[in-house]
Design a protein around this ligand. Structure first.
Ligand code: F6P
Length: 495
């Protein structure tokens, strides 16, 4: 990756703002450090837009208390925002991941409300907004990402009324009955309404948001438009463009744009001979069981890993499956490890895995092959190819891109996807075997059904899933969002 000196700030026509940067700081054993592009789909989708439009990406390096100068990374200006250790504790681990995360995921774990976490969330959002304001050229488009930065749209509009501002919420937006717990519920709604377009994963999320706007602000909503009165808007949001003042309200669009993956690149990877050889090797290393089941998740309580282990443990206990025939590979990548709820979850999951393996594994066959690491894309593609059944048992999930990655790699039209109806992906992937992870008996039946599914049904389902995933990739997602955002900017200019 080439890195060159930065260009002057205030010069960028397209600015992305997200909690994490699209590059990771990697320190080599000799102590030398460099930035490496992280492999996420968002970067892949936005890279061409950023190069074509003079793009800058604003975010945190992932490490506390370190200052980095902006730099050019393969044609994208990277602008690191500094977070102190206290910011990380209060804004990232605290308010983002111990207040908003559990609240927005249907309070699966109890959210914690601390006023000092909120104060830091406001401070850090202001810092991101100021960095975006400083990087943006006159009339630029700024796209803010995710729940860590929900106040940025309003803060940015105050600083720079000339900008067109988009926001995308990658996680669910909860029903009002849950959302209304939040002591700062009105401020968050006002923060988001600073955007011109607010994107959600599912129609239900957009509806939940509009309802919260009606309940808390009393604004008129005519889906997908929310009418933000200019007089109210002026409380905190200065609307200076004369053409906008001529209207009684500023239209804000709140709409579903289901995110996807770089589908073709996953398929290409799966087609490489080395990945296919590795998939065969994985099967052999597991003792060539008849059925390999796979779970791939961040180690997060929203993913329903415990439910899946319970179902598999019961199937082994009641003799419906034998350890020689069925192996579960569970990749649980480390996540948010300093947050209490995540520490407890790790203990619970690893205790359960240990018990099931202790009870059922033989010298030659493991019941659960458990991995507490992340893996490179090549290894993931090989695991997907090796897996006869993919288990996605999330209790609540914005989208679940793992489900889409599995489908994209299965160019052989084989494999069965078991998908929780509580993952956003279920709205699109209706040809998966849809399950309710809370219903353990239903989950067990679905697993047995998947093991016994006839070839013809497997391939018919997979063909239909592949059509959806290959036809709706992350590039299309970003294009559709940015088209709506650009149209809303053009409407604003026309008045
Ligand atoms: O999906 C929500 C999200 O916060 C993403 O923004 C992020 O890529 C992922 O979860 C991992 O979270 P974190 O940045 O906290 O490690």
């Amino acid at each position: 990756m080439t890195q060159t000196a930065e260009r002057p700030p205030g010069d960028y026509d397209f600015v992305v703002v997200s909690n994490r940067l699209p590059v990771d700081r990697v320190v080599a054993p000799d102590g030398s450090a460099s930035w490496q592009q992280s492999p996420g789909g968002l970067v892949t989708a936005l890279e061409p837009v950023m190069r074509a439009r003079d793009g800058a990406w604003i975010g945190w390096s992932g490490q506390p208390d370190l200052d980095f100068e902006p730099f050019d990374s393969d044609g994208i200006q990277v602008v690191p925002v500094r977070l102190s250790a206290r910011d990380v504790e209060n804004y990232y681990e605290g308010f983002s991941n111990d207040t908003l995360w559990p609240l927005y995921h249907d309070v699966i774990a109890p959210p914690t409300y601390h006023r000092e976490w909120w104060d830091t969330y406001v401070e850090v959002n202001q810092r991101f907004a100021e960095a975006a304001a400083a990087a943006s050229a006159p009339g630029a488009v700024v796209w803010v990402q995710d729940y860590q930065l929900q106040l940025v749209p309003k803060m940015l509009r105050l600083l720079r009324p000339d900008l067109t501002i988009g926001f995308f919420d990658h996680i669910p937006f909860p029903p009002y009955g849950i959302y209304s717990q939040l002591p700062w519920r009105t401020q968050i709604i006002e923060g988001l309404l600073g955007a011109d377009v607010i994107g959600f994963q599912r129609v239900a999320d957009a509806n939940n948001f509009s309802r919260a706007v009606r309940r808390l602000k009393g604004y008129t909503t005519k889906s997908p438009i929310i009418e933000v009165p200019l007089v109210d808007d002026s409380e905190g949001v200065r609307v200076t463009a004369p053409i906008r003042r001529a209207k009684e309200f500023r239209p804000v669009i709140a709409k579903a744009f289901p995110i996807s993956i770089d589908s073709a690149s996953w398929e290409d990877l799966a087609r490489t001979p080395s990945v296919q050889a590795r998939a065969r090797q994985i099967r052999a290393d597991l003792g060539n069981p008849k059925t390999i089941m796979l779970g791939v998740d961040r180690l997060d309580y929203t993913k329903g890993i415990g439910h899946r282990l319970k179902a598999f443990g019961e199937l082994l206990t009641d003799g419906s499956v034998a350890v020689e025939d069925v192996t579960l590979v569970q990749v649980a990548s480390p996540s948010r490890e300093r947050v209490q709820t995540y520490m407890r979850l790790r203990d619970e999951i690893e205790l359960t895995v240990g018990r099931i393996n202790g009870d059922f594994a033989t010298i030659s066959h493991t019941a659960i092959s458990y991995h507490h690491h992340g893996y490179p894309r090549e290894e993931m593609a090989a695991l997907y190819l090796a897996a006869d059944i993919m288990l996605v048992t999330a209790l609540r999930d914005g989208m679940n891109l793992v489900a889409k990655e599995y489908v994209a790699t299965r160019f052989d039209d084989d494999g069965v996807l078991l998908l929780s109806e509580f993952a956003g992906a279920a709205d699109e992937l209706s040809k998966a075997v849809l399950i309710n992870p809370h219903d353990i008996d239903g989950l067990k039946e679905a697993i047995l059904g998947a093991i016994a599914m006839p070839d013809r049904e497997r391939s018919a389902r997979m063909r239909s899933l592949r059509k959806r995933v290959l036809g709706n990739d992350v590039e299309k997602w970003s294009r559709e969002f940015l088209d709506v955002l650009n149209d809303s900017a053009a409407d604003g200019r026309r008045g």
